[in-house]
Write a protein that binds this ligand. Structure first.
Ligand SMILES: [Zn+2]
Length: 67
């Protein structure tokens, strides 16, 4: 099944970005479960997660493949 000009159904770039985001979130959760994180560490993890999510959202907006 082929997508129309608006994009294909499965987008590899989106998959990659989604994976990045999930990975960042999972890593942050695991780390904070293992030990207490410093404020700086937590901030860095959150920033990572947030920027991954931003990239994913931007991709959706530009590419329109998210829906
Ligand atoms: Zn896409």
């Amino acid at each position: 099944m082929r997508g129309d000009s608006n994009g294909v159904l499965s987008c590899q770039e989106r998959e990659r970005l989604e994976e990045e985001f999930t990975e960042a979130r999972t890593r942050g959760r695991n780390l904070s479960r293992l030990r207490q994180l410093t404020a700086a560490e937590r901030a860095r993890l959150e920033e990572r997660e947030e920027s991954a999510l931003t990239r994913l959202r931007n991709h959706d907006a530009e590419h329109g493949c998210g829906r």
